[in-house]
Design a protein around this ligand. Structure first.
Ligand code: NAD
Length: 258
């Protein structure tokens, strides 16, 4: 079998949190195109259902939509039960749901701080832990967590201390889980995207001045597209990445190099 054939994900069972839109939807689409069955997990169940229907129609795979809040352990356990009931196993988890908040540190309330840490860091822990428990029993699996270039640098001008701290936490959490589970064939990696133009960012009038500034700073002179994160995630999900664990993949058009 050639390398491209080996990279296919036929028959693999995958969940994607924050899969209704943006980066999650784009990566879920690539997983489906590669032959996997997909559970789309999101707070926004209407949009999650639309995405699941689109994946089934366009790629001839099975897809289900589940409403779950990644910060709620009961929701996460229920989501795993549904996946095992419908799919019978879990091979890959893409723990991707996250939010951003731009508030100066001196003005940030503790509630605002906790909200970002809860979703971006504790949500990744809960979903990766739940996936890991299933995969350890099964004898293997691959977990991919969404961090950010903000886990590596403090990007300006927007003040984002809770976001930056949460994403740095995701990178170190990923390495910790990778080391704990390496001997049992559960691999854990993270991706650190740079600025990615999603519907949300591109259509937000408030963000247009910032986007102009980011583009001027970016070595490639532009933001990334969600599709530009697909191939790294398909690689990490599949069997050709068998020696890759505990790694973080920066996909930022060299933004962190400047
Ligand atoms: P998005 O807002 O387009 O999509 C995020 C999805 O997550 C939404 O559908 C939302 O409903 C869902 N979600 C939010 N909170 C949730 C919760 N508690 N439980 C379940 N679902 C929840 O965002 P995006 O731009 O696609 O970002 C996805 C991930 O990528 C995030 O972790 C983000 O921090 C990270 N990231 C984004 C960029 C970027 O420039 N867009 C850059 C680096 C990292």
């Amino acid at each position: 079998m050639g390398i491209i054939e080996k990279m296919r994900l036929d028959g693999k069972k995958i969940f994607v949190t924050g899969g209704a839109r943006g980066i999650g939807k784009s990566v879920a689409t690539a997983f489906a195109e590669a032959g996997a069955d997909i559970a789309i997990i999101d707070l926004d169940i209407d949009e999650a259902k639309k995405t699941a229907i689109e994946l089934e129609k366009n790629h001839g795979i099975k897809s289900i939509a589940i409403r779950a809040d990644v910060t709620n352990p009961d929701d996460v356990n229920a989501m795993i039960d549904i996946i095992l009931d419908k799919f019978g196993r879990l091979d890959v988890a893409f723990c991707n749901a996250g939010i951003c908040m731009n508030v100066p540190a001196e003005e940030m309330t503790f509630e605002q701080w906790k909200k970002v840490i809860d979703i971006n860091l504790s949500g990744v822990f809960l979903t990766a832990q739940a996936a890991g428990k299933v995969m350890l029993k099964q004898g293997g699996g691959s977990i991919i967590n969404t961090a950010s270039m903000s886990g590596h640098i403090v990007n300006v001008p927007q003040p984002q201390c809770s976001y930056n701290a949460s994403k740095a936490g995701v990178i170190q959490l990923t390495k910790s889980l990778a080391v704990e589970w390496a001997d049992r064939n559960v691999r854990v990696n993270s991706i650190s995207p740079g600025y990615i133009g999603t519907e949300l960012t591109l259509n937000s009038p408030d963000l247009q001045p910032l986007i102009k500034q980011w583009n001027q700073m970016a070595p490639l002179g532009r933001m990334g597209k969600p599709e530009e994160l697909q191939s790294i995630c398909v690689y990490l999900a599949g069997d050709t990445s068998s020696f890759t664990t505990g790694s973080d993949f920066i996909v930022d058009g060299a933004f962190t190099c400047i």
